[in-house]
Design a binder for this molecule. Structure first.
Ligand SMILES: [Zn+2]
Ligand SMILES: [Zn+2]
Length: 240
């Protein structure tokens, strides 16, 4: 665990042969109103909950899970968290919420090939990722959570309901799988991905006055986020 700033904790993903997303906890310690951003891959719940407890987080203070998008490596252990933490709410962008509520898992798996392969590997059944969503996020929503104020930025491209969360005051950008801090971007070949939308989303993120970049995978960046995003965008535009 790494404390990014007071009230934002970073738990590195536990990649195996399938990547596992990073997990962030947002909320000032005294607020007792904590949010988990992206629990991670299926099967990782037990270990991640242990790591959270080791960081002296009171599980009852965790009120909700917010997903940057619903790919398996981000949503995967949501149910494992819900079984342990009572009354955990689920917040997802409205366009992917619809898929979760109807049990349409095409975004979760991204492709039929993955659904078959990973489903077999983890003994998953169709319907395992049917959830009711407590709050359907829209672009421009301001989330007042745990003493922070995060704006929801809708960034389709990697998936149709991908979001980034931006804390203007502390210049913190949580970017999901849209843009990484190592000059990479999310893949644009899975179900509901769209390279043209990705292009627009990268430009949108590059306009924000961000300093700290907290992506879904790989390294994080503690300064110079805006510049790094714009350099990354410049590199990738010819391929989108
Ligand atoms: Zn991911
Ligand atoms: Zn993804």
């Amino acid at each position: 665990m790494q404390e990014v700033i007071k009230g934002i904790l970073f738990f590195h993903g536990e990649d195996e042969y399938i990547p596992d997303s990073h997990l962030y906890i947002i909320g000032k310690p005294k607020s007792k109103d904590l949010s988990i951003i992206d629990p991670g891959l299926v099967g990782k719940g037990k270990r991640k909950l242990e790591r959270i407890k080791e960081a002296n987080i009171e599980l009852n203070d965790i009120k909700r899970i917010i997903l940057t998008h619903t790919h398996l490596d981000h949503i995967g252990c949501t149910r494992e968290f819900m079984e342990v933490i009572p009354n955990l709410k689920l917040w997802v962008h409205e366009s992917e919420a619809e898929f979760l509520e109807t049990g349409d898992e095409r975004i979760v798996y991204g492709s039929e090939m993955f659904a078959g392969m990973i489903g077999y590997q983890y003994n998953l059944k169709r319907g395992d990722f049917k959830f009711s969503v407590d709050k359907k996020l829209k672009k421009g929503d301001i989330l007042e959570i745990g003493g922070f104020s995060f704006e929801v930025i809708h960034v389709p491209g990697h998936s149709m309901g991908s979001i980034a969360l931006f804390d203007k005051e502390n210049k913190v950008l949580i970017s999901g799988d849209t843009v990484y801090a190592d000059y990479g971007i999310g893949r644009v070949d899975l179900f509901s991905a769209d390279p043209a939308e990705m292009k627009k989303s990268l430009y949108k993120l590059g306009e924000l006055n961000s300093e700290i970049l907290l992506p879904g995978h790989n390294r994080i960046l503690l300064s110079g986020a805006k510049k790094a995003i714009n350099e990354t965008t410049k590199q990738w535009i010819p391929y989108l």
